[in-house]
Design a protein around this ligand. Structure first.
Ligand SMILES: Nc1ncnc2c1ncn2[C@@H]1O[C@H](COP(=O)(O)OP(=O)(O)OP(=O)(O)O)[C@@H](O)[C@H]1O
Length: 308
């Protein structure tokens, strides 16, 4: 578990991180979203102890990372995949790191296999494509078989196979009860990978919630439910502050409640559902709405509803 409490960091006149607090739970994947310059990398560096905060604390499993007996076994991190000596082979890079942390060479071979780098393990890092470099960065993060993974843009430069591989890797990691905190600008990928999201803008937390709740809270989002007991369900949801529109005999469109809440109210009253979905909005539009005021670097010719 990662716990960030009242964390602030200023560079000159720039308040990169402004009094933020949040928790990243173990056993799930938490996404970290925000426009360019929002403070994501700075927050990750502060958690990793690579920078000192002006105020506040960041702990991993109850301790600042530096206080862990073996930090590489506590946290595996990918911040900048290019941070590898260019003339050293991938295998040697991993072996040197392993030896300084008393990790056996057999683990190096394991992470090379796990990240699909066997055929290029003897090549020097400067010969690596962006995607291979990214895989090496992930191999480095996995080396200590850590309890927590912190990954800044892990799918950057990966091909579709690689993107799916990272998705499955981090989900599998979380399903073992470990902690995953990752940033990405790819909203569609984040929606498929993360259970929760923390959104940051101009150094402040804008949202800390589930993806379903974030999407449901955006204007335009509604929950679509089909049920043979639609009228009964409408009455119940209405009493729980849902704004309900009925179409036909079995279809409801609900605003003000997310899909999980609708499903739970239905289950509590033994109501059968034939369909339950969030419609009319997605993570990208919810994110754009949330961060509209926090975008610092925006191109003039940005299409309406376009990507950040
Ligand atoms: N070492 C530094 N010196 C000066 N300013 C910095 C430094 N690191 C970050 N900043 C500034 O702090 C702010 C937050 O930067 P940060 O890299 O944390 O954002 P980010 O959310 O990771 O952005 P991106 O998505 O573009 O990577 C930016 O305005 C950035 O220019």
């Amino acid at each position: 578990m990662i716990e960030v409490t009242s964390l602030s960091k200023t560079y000159g006149a720039k308040r990169a991180v402004n009094d933020i607090s949040f928790t990243v739970d173990s056993g799930s994947v938490t996404g970290f979203l925000g426009p360019n310059g929002a403070g994501k990398s700075t927050t990750m560096r502060l958690i990793l102890g690579l920078e000192n905060p002006d105020t506040g604390t960041a702990t991993v499993d109850g301790l600042p990372l530096a206080a862990h007996a073996s930090p590489l076994r506590a946290v595996g991190a990918l911040l900048d995949a290019k941070a590898v000596a260019p003339y050293r082979s991938a295998r040697n890079h991993l072996r040197m790191l392993a030896r300084t942390h008393r990790i056996p060479d057999s683990r190096v071979d394991e992470v090379i296999a796990l990240t699909g780098l066997e055929s290029v393990a003897r090549k020097s890092a400067r010969e690596f494509s962006l995607g291979m470099g990214q895989r090496l960065g992930i191999a480095t993060a996995l080396l200590g078989d850590p309890e927590t993974l912190i990954l800044d843009e892990p799918v950057n430069g990966l091909d579709p196979d690689g993107v799916i591989w990272v998705r499955e890797l981090v989900k599998g990691f979380a399903s073992e009860g470990r902690t995953v905190f990752l940033s990405s600008h790819l909203m569609s990928e984040m929606a498929l990978t993360a259970d929760r999201v923390i959104v940051i803008g101009r150094g402040q937390i804008l949202a800390d919630t589930t993806i379903d709740a974030l999407v449901a809270g955006a204007s335009g989002a509604s929950v679509r439910v089909r049920s043979p007991q639609a009228a009964h369900l409408a009455t119940i949801l209405d009493a729980h502050d849902g704004s309900v529109a009925i179409s036909g005999s079995d279809l409801l469109h609900i605003r003000g409640l997310d899909a999980a809440q609708v499903g739970e109210h239905a289950a509590a009253h033994g109501i059968v559902l034939h369909e339950l979905a969030t419609t009319g909005s997605n993570l990208e539009s919810a994110y754009m709405e949330l961060t509209a005021e926090a975008v610092e670097y925006r191109s003039d010719a940005r299409p309406a509803g376009g990507a950040a």
